[in-house]
Design a protein around this ligand. Structure first.
Ligand SMILES: CC(C)(COP(=O)(O)OP(=O)(O)OC[C@H]1O[C@@H](n2cnc3c(N)ncnc32)[C@H](O)[C@@H]1OP(=O)(O)O)[C@@H](O)C(=O)NCCC(=O)NCCS
Length: 166
């Protein structure tokens, strides 16, 4: 079980380790975004050293890294007090899944990083039904649906008949 889980802020030295977990996240949610491990490590290092995002790591009772979470506070006029927490990334290492660590890590995150009563938001891809099942199971509810369409390219449009003859 998730007893003994601890949370700590990531340091710059952790970026390459976390990049491997970021790759698991992208693969497991069937993401179209696949920039490669090097670019993921660079992006994580930027988040760790910057002001906009915070990166937290979760260790089990044996001191093994089991997952990480990237989050940031943002303005939203629909949120209580106009301030909400946004979870940008969350992943539990494949080797440690279905042991309650996901549930335990989010409980620890809510307890240590969120203000009581705060709204917590995240996006979950349609290509990630396991992620959707996890978030629903621990109490998150759908709020909005993001929809997409690709505008026709010139090559998709059949040449039109420009003559006025019928
Ligand atoms: C989603 C994820 C974080 C769950 O982590 P976890 O440690 O395995 O989750 P838990 O063990 O705490 O699971 C809690 C409950 O969530 C549900 N759940 C977890 N994984 C599930 C899955 N693959 N399919 C269906 N339900 C799942 C179950 O109800 C589970 O309870 P149970 O094991 O008693 O049945 C992990 O699978 C993961 O990192 N996936 C890839 C990254 C990802 O999708 N992140 C979220 C992006 S929005």
């Amino acid at each position: 079980m998730a007893d003994g889980l601890t949370i700590r802020r990531a340091g710059l030295d952790d970026a390459s380790t976390l990049a491997k977990l970021n790759q698991q996240l992208l693969d497991d949610e069937n993401s179209r975004f696949q920039p490669g491990i090097g670019a993921l490590a660079t992006r994580l290092a930027g988040w760790i050293s910057g002001q906009e995002w915070s990166v937290d790591m979760f260790d089990n009772a044996q001191g093994e890294l089991v997952g990480y979470l990237v989050h940031g506070r943002r303005f939203n006029q629909a949120a209580p007090g106009g301030d909400e927490m946004y979870i940008r990334q969350f992943v539990i290492d494949r080797a440690h899944r279905r042991n309650g660590h996901g549930r335990g890590a989010i409980a620890l995150f809510l307890e240590t990083r969120c203000v009581p009563g705060m709204r917590v938001m995240l996006d979950v891809l349609e290509t990630n039904p396991a992620g959707q099942a996890f978030w629903s199971e621990i109490g998150f509810a759908p709020y909005a649906t993001i929809m997409e369409l690709t505008a026709p390219r010139a090559s998709d449009i059949a040449p039109s008949d420009t003559s006025s003859d019928q």
